[in-house]
Write a protein that binds this ligand. Structure first.
Ligand code: C2O
Ligand code: CU
Ligand code: CU
Length: 474
């Protein structure tokens, strides 16, 4: 019997805001003990420098809690998807087969590619149909991901299980002496919260609050499992963390308070490891961290948690005689000089619930909101304001992320947060940035990929409620 702690849900939370609340739930027996590791998908090309993948979008059945089966969605399986992997310079070709009874798309979140390969709302795949995306990897090593992106259907399709990782390698990631054995000392963690009823059934959108702030569950899944355990060697371990949740922002920490080092952001390595004791990730954001277990004894257990809810247990075993030193330099990052920007734009993320909008507008697939010149550098100013609804709710804690901003087709650098230099671990390439109520973020980006792209709040219920716009790069 495993005791499961859960986040609270339900209407009580309405008066208290979108942050995290813990309650002790009824004990349940979870179906998994060990952390599942998404398999790396087989490359079906035999040509050097070519990577060919096939993925089927399927309906499935998953047993999260012993004896209770829930309908889910998955890529090549019942839930989530395999990890895709390619290196800089590779020609990638992915064929997607839609076996669902409804339309879907597959968007490569964080991938730099032409608009028509982006897998956004324009690259619709009808039920029973196929879509092939082809592009050349032109960006540095990073942990990016893929998920559906239909108009009004993204949130539920992701919630029911569609999402996977896409790992990119390059000369830097291969040269650095850091853990890189996939699933052994380089461990992917897809973190998602879901709501389970007392019977162990997974449910979606069951109260008003879900519409206001986005769907927040009462249970955290790691790679699709409830409170699993991962056995690691007593050495330096790398975790690639994706917040694949619909709406929840996490403040990750270890239950013993140990520090760790963030080495990569959404778009790849930071200049140098950044020492942290808490890591905040809003939906869609990724981070790679290094955690040193070399002084731990066999049998020691440390848990990854957020506000006392421990959702991943890490159990240390004998070292495998690999000794890693924390590198003091990771990569040289060139700052985009502000004076090279030829245009500034303003994006104001407003409202809550059905009222969400960007600059007073809701997504319209027949309207292009912004036109950007190919090859140009621009500064984008992003603000977030909860508006009347937020005021009425009143108590949103100052630390709560209320919206975030994600742009396709480029990576950006954060120039400032509320007029100040951003924290060290935000001084790398980003494609998604979190905002608290009233915050102002200034970012700079170069637009090198042609086509039509989306920008939106990555709280998926907000995105589906129209908190999205389109920009064309030509
Ligand atoms: Cu991860 Cu436009 O999305
Ligand atoms: Cu994206
Ligand atoms: Cu939002």
């Amino acid at each position: 019997m495993i005791t499961r702690r859960t986040f609270t849900s339900g209407l009580i939370a309405l008066s208290v805001a979108p942050s995290i609340f813990i309650k002790k739930a009824t004990a349940n027996t979870t179906a998994y003990d060990t952390l599942p590791i998404p398999p790396i998908l087989e490359n079906i090309s035999d040509q050097k420098g070519k990577v060919k993948y096939k993925i089927a979008v399927e309906e499935g059945i998953t047993e999260f809690i012993k004896g209770v089966k829930t309908s889910t969605l998955g890529y090549n399986g019942n839930l989530l998807g395999p990890t895709l992997r390619a290196k800089k310079g590779d020609e990638v070709e992915v064929t997607v087969i839609n076996k669902l009874k409804e339309e879907t798309t597959v968007h490569w979140h964080g991938m730099l590619l032409p608009g028509e390969m982006d897998g956004g709302p324009h690259q619709r795949i009808a039920p029973g149909k196929e879509w092939t995306a082809k592009w050349v990897i032109s960006q540095p090593a990073a942990t990016v991901w893929y998920h559906p992106h239909g108009i009004g259907t993204t949130a539920k399709q992701v919630y029911w299980g569609l999402g996977g990782l896409f790992i990119l390698d390059d000369e830097v990631s291969t040269r650095l002496n850091i853990p890189s054995s996939y699933g052994i000392n380089d461990i992917p963690l897809v973190i998602q919260d879901k709501r389970f009823t007392d019977n162990g059934e997974m449910v979606y959108l069951t109260n008003m609050r879900d519409i206001m702030f986005g769907m927040m569950g009462n249970t955290v899944l790691v790679n699709g499992a409830i409170e699993p355990t991962k056995i690691v060697p007593a050495e330096m371990i790398r975790f690639r963390i994706l917040n694949g949740s619909n709406a929840r922002t996490y403040n990750f920490k270890f239950d013993n308070g140990m520090t760790f080092y963030q080495i990569a952001t959404d778009g790849g390595f930071l200049e140098a490891p950044v020492k942290l004791s808490t890591l905040r990730l809003s939906p869609g954001e990724r981070a790679e961290i290094l955690v040193d277990f070399s002084n731990y004894k066999t049998g020691d257990t440390v848990s990854l948690e957020d506000q006392g809810y421990k959702f991943l247990h890490i159990k240390v075993e004998q070292a495998k005689n690999i000794h890693y030193n924390l590198p003091d330099k990771l990569v040289a990052l060139e700052k985009i000089p502000e004076h090279t920007a030829t245009n500034e734009r303003y994006f104001s993320l407003n409202g809550m619930g059905h009222m969400v909008n960007i600059n007073g507008k809701k997504m319209n697939i027949n309207r292009i909101d912004e036109f950007v010149k190919i090859g140009s550098t621009e500064i984008w100013n992003i603000t977030a304001d909860m508006g009347m609804h937020g005021m009425m709710m009143g108590q949103t804690s100052r630390n709560s992320v209320i919206h975030n901003f994600h742009a396709h087709g480029t990576m950006f650098q954060i120039i400032s947060r509320n007029g100040k230099t951003p924290p060290l671990n935000e001084q790398g390439w980003k494609d998604t940035v979190a905002l608290r109520n009233g915050e102002r973020v200034r970012v700079i980006a170069k637009f090198q990929h042609k086509g039509l792209f989306m920008y939106h709040c990555h709280i998926l219920e907000h995105e589906d409620n129209g908190m999205m716009g389109q920009f064309s790069v030509s």
